[in-house]
Design a protein around this ligand. Structure first.
Ligand code: GTP
Ligand code: MG
Length: 195
């Protein structure tokens, strides 16, 4: 699936701008700066397909990427702190929530959690929304390269505990590093099995 290449399709700022819901869709959600855009680049093997930066709030639209003719990869704006005006952030947070709860073809939401930080209250809020909307979500721990084995274990335990209370959570966690390529092959095969 990933061998065929991915292309940017469009950035969406309102639900009526969404492309037709006619293929398998997966999205990448998570706090600002957790590594969503970078992960899309690692998965697609394209350095700058999705725009990434060290400034939280880089992605301000819902960005659709086509993968083969069969899948959409969706890069979402981050939640939590963002380096942008409050009114703007509120607007994209509303869109994000409407999208997550209302996109019929959304097959899985990957919820990205920084391996250094674990699950935070804002993550819980998004997970609760996904439970309510019955959207299966799977946690991807990011930036694993920044964390020693002992601390990885601590985060894994914390995250497993948090997921136990969420009926929509897919139990298998993916530990990843876009920097080192860790977890990228597993994520590709997970996405390829969804249809
Ligand atoms: P927003 O669009 O602002 O919500 O952020 P985002 O979640 O898309 O994060 P983005 O991909 O822009 O990455 C944020 C910063 O983290 C960038 O400086 C990346 O280079 C860095 N980063 C992302 N993934 C990794 C990783 O696996 N390892 C390391 N060390 N840094 C990473
Ligand atoms: Mg981004």
């Amino acid at each position: 699936l990933f061998a065929t290449g991915a292309e940017f399709l469009k950035g969406v700022v309102a639900m009526d701008g969404m492309p037709p819901a006619d293929r398998v869709e997966v999205c990448f959600a998570g706090r600002s700066n957790v590594g969503k855009s970078t992960l899309i680049n690692a998965l697609t093997g394209r350095k700058a397909l999705a725009r990434a930066s060290n400034t939280p709030g880089r992605t301000q639209e819902i960005n659709f990427f086509t993968l083969a003719d069969s899948h959409y990869l969706v890069d979402l704006p981050g939640y939590g702190f963002a380096n942008a005006p409050v009114a703007v952030v509120e607007k994209w947070q509303r869109l994000l929530k409407t999208y997550l709860a209302g996109r019929a073809t959304l097959r899985r939401a990957f919820v990205l959690i920084d391996t250094r930080h674990g699950v935070k209250p804002v993550d819980e809020e998004i997970m609760a929304l996904l439970d309510k909307a019955a959207v299966t979500f799977q946690v991807v721990l990011t930036k694993a390269d920044k964390v020693r084995d002992k601390d990885r274990e601590k985060t894994l335990t914390q995250v497993r505990g948090a997921l136990a209370t969420h009926p929509a959570a897919y139990p298998e966690l993916v530990l990843s590093s876009s920097e080192k390529g860790e977890g990228i092959a597993s994520l590709r095969s997970i996405i390829a099995t969804l249809d």
